[in-house]
Each structure stands twice: as C-alpha cells, then as structure tokens.
Write a protein that binds this ligand. Structure first.
Ligand SMILES: [Zn+2]
Length: 284
C-alpha cells in the first residue's frame, strides 16, 4: 500500500496553478526560518491522494477545498458532468495510472466442492439453491477487480444491482474472493466482503443468515460488529467512531442506500447490537 501511495505521489501535480499554490507556503517557511522541512499542513496537502465524500459535500466544494478543478477530479474518477457525488464515495485526487474498466457481472452455479459441502452439518440451503455472482469492484488502492460472492439464487439480480451501484458510486471494497488473485498473501479472512457461509450465529446454535445465503458482510474491518462491548473483527476497534467518513466505511446516508433500495436491511440500524458490515433480506 505504501508503495502504491508513493507511486501516486510521484505523479506530477495537476495544474501549474496548483503547483504555485503548493510551493508558496513552502517558500514562505524558507524565508522566515532556516528550516528545510515543509510545514505539517503542506505535507498533508501532498500526501492526501483521495477524499471520502461526507454528507452535504459537492464536487465543486471538494475541488475548492483541495485547490483542484472539478473537471480534473471528474476525469480522474471517470465521473461525467454534472459530477454527482455520493456519501461514502472515495474520490481520487491524483490521475490514475490505469483507467477503470466497465463494470461487469456473470453468474455461476455452485458446486458442493465450492462451499466444502458436508451433509452431516445439515446446512439449511443446498448448493443447488445458491449462485456464485461475479461483480467488478474497486479496492482501497483504486484498483479494479472481479470478485465473487455466493448468495441464495433468488437474490442474484438484487446483488448485481447493489454492486453495480456501489461501483458507480466509486465506493471502495477492501477485498472479495478469490483472495489468491485479488489480495495475494492475505491470510486474514475476517476482512473479506462475502455472503454465504454455513455457520451458526457466534456463540449460539442458531443458523446465521449467512448460512441461508440471505446476508452479506461488506468491509468487515471498516464496519465491525459490536455486541456488549465485544468488537469483531478485533482490529475493527479503530473504526468505532461512526461519525467519521473514512475509506470503506458504510453510513445510512451513504453505501447503505444501495442495499436499502434493493430490499436489504442493515445491521447498523439495530439497537441491541450494531453490525455495521451486515445486510440481510430478513433483517436478522
Ligand atoms: Zn453478517
């Protein structure tokens, strides 16, 4: 990730006007004190390579805040006039190395081997009633991937609609299967955006909605589950401040809307526990 950030930083900064704006504070520092280090504010300006859209923001406002041109941000993010933005969207603030390809999808049957089917577990939905849905997504670094998610077969169209919307909104997803392709070397499966999983609700003998293929978890690390002070995954404690708008987070007025408009309920709205990663058609 650091390497990619550095690569992005080596891209020449946009317009001559912007270069002047960024250089002036540095010059004034040099004139006043004999220090070569740029001010913290200047360093921040140079290292910020993306922006996550918060409520009330517009493309014009974001462009002005970063001293960029609306048309440039639009072009770098492949967003066309009138440049709509959406809460939880991540906008690149530097030119991409490669353009995003068009979103695409396809559907595959699910074989017992694909889900390590074990009849003795008595899972509630058989592989014949599941489908593997392939959808394009954009990862945290802005790279395009084809990822797959397994859901109950009658939900395929809704799931395609959700992921198409998230892609159009330039919402970032950390990783989807196949992990060996999409995030080689990653062994922590608790960070993966996924659907079907024949398992009980943690700490109970009741089947999870994931065992029915009716639930989807999005960016678990950035959207953890909190129950009686217990946070899962544990590393998700860094994302407990839900009033912030950080890359990969889900908010009611943002990414959650893509699910709501397709009949999925959000665990972030629950009161007994909060499951910010979790969407289901049953509201369980
Ligand atoms: Zn879940």
């Amino acid at each position: 990730m650091l390497k990619r950030l550095l690569a992005a930083l080596s891209v020449p900064l946009v317009t001559p006007a912007l270069s002047v704006l960024l250089v002036l504070p540095a010059l004034s520092v040099l004139l006043v004190v004999p220090a070569l280090a740029p001010s913290p504010a200047d360093a921040a300006a140079r290292t910020t390579v993306w922006h996550v859209v918060a409520p009330g923001e517009t493309m014009a406002g974001i462009a002005a805040a970063f001293r960029l041109r609306v048309a440039d941000i639009g072009r770098w993010n492949q967003i066309v006039p009138p440049y709509p933005v959406h809460v939880d969207e991540t906008l690149r603030l530097t030119p991409p190395v490669v353009q995003l390809r068009d979103w695409r999808t396809r559907v595959e049957p699910v074989t017992p081997a694909m889900v390590n089917w074990d009849a003795r577990k008595r899972c509630p939905v058989t592989p014949a009633n599941l489908r593997k849905v392939w959808v394009s997504y954009i990862d945290l670094q802005g790279a395009y991937h084809d990822g797959s998610i397994i859901v109950r077969r009658d939900l395929v169209t809704r799931v395609q609609s959700i992921f198409l919307t998230l892609f159009r909104w330039r919402y970032r997803i950390m990783a989807m299967a196949p992990m060996s392709v999409n995030m080689p070397g990653e062994t922590d499966m608790s960070i993966v955006t996924a659907g079907y999983n024949c398992r009980p609700v943690a700490g109970t003998t009741t089947w999870s909605e994931h065992a029915y293929g009716t639930a989807i978890d999005i960016n678990p690390l950035q959207n953890p589950m909190i129950r009686n002070g217990w946070v899962s995954p544990a590393a998700g404690t860094a994302w407990l401040n839900r009033s912030r708008y950080r890359i990969g987070m889900i908010h009611a007025e943002g990414a959650a809307r893509a699910f709501a408009s397709n009949g999925y309920y959000w665990g972030g709205r629950w009161n007994s526990l909060k499951d910010y990663m979790h969407f289901s058609v049953t509201n369980r």
